[in-house]
Design a protein around this ligand. Structure first.
Ligand SMILES: Nc1nc2c(ncn2[C@@H]2O[C@H](COP(=O)(O)OP(=O)(O)OP(=O)(O)O)[C@@H](O)[C@H]2O)c(=O)[nH]1
Length: 566
């Protein structure tokens, strides 16, 4: 049959190699209620050429569940030799694409592709529906029938086989990069989860993992590499995985931003919505309503983006510093997803970058979220170290407190005991400190305490352990120190403090200290016993008139081990 009769069917020169998509070189018509055969379409066009419309942009986009369409053109080969061309529709999620090549004096040729067809039953066992055809001299009618419940996006290419290979290579490189980064982050977070047992790493893994699975399900890589025969799964995987992606993202966000604690009602709402949309999905699945499941998923996806953005911004505004990277990451993924969604639904003109925007945005998001996790670990670590230090440090004087002092002193004590070395303990108390408080006030008392503490700290030898024991009392551990040396040190302390002058608004305040010293002379003496003994000596110094050092060698008797010997 002649195809050239009416001039309403566009003509493509077979010699042309189109660099980009070229659906605007063809005419299209949408099937109405029932599926049409090639013959029916041909006669429809012949009877009434007005059924054809002409796409204005190079990629045809018609939204979700839009029904099957036909594309038609005449390919003219003005040479004497056949010209081999590859025709392909570079969208991985179209369910069925039929290519028909009808040339005069030749048997009509049909090629079939699409994700409703098991990989090995497609004309080309490829992710993308394609057909190679040697256009004979003269005119060939090219017809394509495309059917899908998913968004109808038709970036049609008409090129040499070599040009198609180049395009495939660049697509492979792109997806290798995206999946490489995602898998690295996924593996990293899984290992962190295994090691740290913190659920946020698990949610992060699920979020990045479901992104990989979701994109692999709709771009055709999943079927090309992982489930070549699983046609049923392929039809339901994209909406299901989109829901998984959204819910794991929300689980990560609520965990990371502590939504349960900070906004309990919002958290409850998320859980309810999550359960509701999975329940709806199950209902649609049971009814076999793939289109409705897709609509649900495409409704949830932007809702999810808006929620994530709202949560991170409100958390950041509320002063949650960890939300910073989180917010930037979410912003990147939301912008990327919006650009791709607008591209595939035809709201903005089709570009390759627009088509890939969701993947790029998601990689940026995943990297920034990993950074947010690392940031959180660092801040928690800093807070923990600070809390630990605070718990062991006396805030007024900056010296160790009892909690800071005892563990270090205990281990030093057992070390010198084991090596049978000298060690002494001194207890230091400020004389008549109550009267300073009474006379000048508590604040001045604090100041004097601090001045004396600083002086003691300056006067101590390196390696001696000084701590605020409590109130106006200090303790000093002197390892590797004989009694005589300890007494010298104590006397120096006493003398230095006696010389010390604190000024308070013109008034001069002077203080003295009393010191009790004890040494370990028997190997059975514990640190506690030595401290008790030094305390006794301190009491004696006070009784004897203050501002003095009191020392007594522990008698074997008084430090006797209270446990009865066998
Ligand atoms: N300003 C201030 N006073 C403190 C602090 N800790 C303890 N004190 C005071 O130190 C005083 C200690 O009084 P006492 O135990 O009676 O002994 P004292 O007045 O130093 O007399 P002696 O030890 O017998 O020489 C009390 O009035 C406490 O309130 C502190 O951190 N700051």
């Amino acid at each position: 049959e002649s195809a050239t009769d009416d001039g309403s069917v566009p003509v493509i020169d077979a010699r042309t190699v189109f660099q980009g998509a070229m659906v605007n070189q063809m005419a299209f018509l949408a099937e109405q209620d029932e599926a049409l055969s090639v013959g029916a379409v041909q006669s429809l066009i012949r009877r009434n050429p007005a059924v054809l419309t002409y796409p204005e942009s190079s990629v045809l986009t018609r939204g979700i569940n839009s029904g099957a369409i036909w594309l038609v053109a005449n390919v003219l080969n003005p040479t004497d030799d056949p010209i081999l061309r590859r025709v392909s529709v570079r969208t991985g999620w179209l369910e069925q694409v039929d290519f028909f090549f009808i040339a005069e004096g030749q048997l009509p040729q049909r090629f079939i592709g699409g994700d409703r067809i098991p990989l090995n039953q497609r004309s080309f066992a490829k992710r993308i529906p394609s057909a190679d055809y040697p256009f004979p001299p003269g005119e060939t009618r090219l017809l394509l029938r495309i059917e899908t419940a998913d968004p109808m996006v038709v970036p049609l290419y008409f090129s040499s086989v070599a040009a198609s290979h180049r395009r495939e290579q660049s697509e492979t490189a792109f997806y290798s990069f995206i999946y490489g980064v995602m898998f690295a982050l996924l593996a990293c977070s899984l290992m962190l989860f295994a090691g740290l047992r913190q659920r946020r790493y698990l949610f992060y893994s699920l979020y990045t993992g479901s992104f990989v699975a979701m994109t692999a399900s709709y771009n055709g890589i999943g079927m090309a590499l992982l489930w070549p025969e699983a046609v049923g799964w392929q039809q339901w995987a994209p909406p299901l995985l989109m829901l998984c992606f959204a819910s794991s993202g929300l689980a990560f966000a609520t965990n990371f931003l502590s939504t349960k604690r900070r906004q309990p009602r919002l958290h409850k709402t998320f859980q309810t919505i999550g359960v509701a949309y999975f329940a709806l999905f199950v209902v649609f699945f049971a009814l076999g309503e793939q289109g409705l499941a897709l609509r649900l998923a495409f409704l949830v996806a932007p809702l999810f983006s808006v929620l994530m953005l709202y949560m991170s911004v409100s958390s950041w505004v509320a002063g949650n510093q960890f939300a910073r990277y989180f917010m930037l990451g979410t912003l990147a993924s939301v912008v990327g997803a919006s650009i791709t969604a607008s591209t595939v639904t035809g709201m903005i003109p089709y570009t390759q970058l627009g088509y890939y925007a969701v993947d790029i945005g998601m990689v940026v998001d995943a990297i920034l979220l990993m950074l947010a996790l690392a940031d959180l670990v660092r801040k928690n670590e800093e807070a923990r170290t600070a809390a630990e230090q605070n718990a062991q440090t006396d805030l007024l004087t900056g010296l160790s407190n009892r909690r800071g002092f005892l563990p270090v002193a205990e281990s030093l004590w057992s070390l010198v005991t084991r090596k049978n070395r000298n060690v002494c303990v001194a207890m230091i108390d400020i004389d008549r400190f109550k009267s300073i408080n009474d006379q000048y006030g508590h604040a001045v008392g604090d100041k004097v305490l601090k001045v004396i503490a600083d002086e003691l700290y300056r006067s101590r030898r390196r390696g001696d352990l000084l701590a605020r024991w409590g109130g106006e009392e200090f303790t000093l551990l002197l390892p590797e120190t004989s009694e005589a040396e300890a007494l010298k040190v104590a006397e120096r302390f006493r003398h230095n403090v006696e010389q010390l002058v604190t000024n308070d608004r013109g008034k001069v305040i002077q203080c003295t200290i009393s010191i009790g010293v004890a040494s370990r002379h028997s190997e059975h003496v514990t640190l506690d016993q030595a401290i008790a003994k030094a305390d006794e000596e301190l009491y004696r110094a006070k009784l004897q008139g203050r501002n003095q050092v009191s020392f007594s060698r522990m008698s074997g008797k008084s430090v006797e081990n209270p446990l009865p010997a066998d």
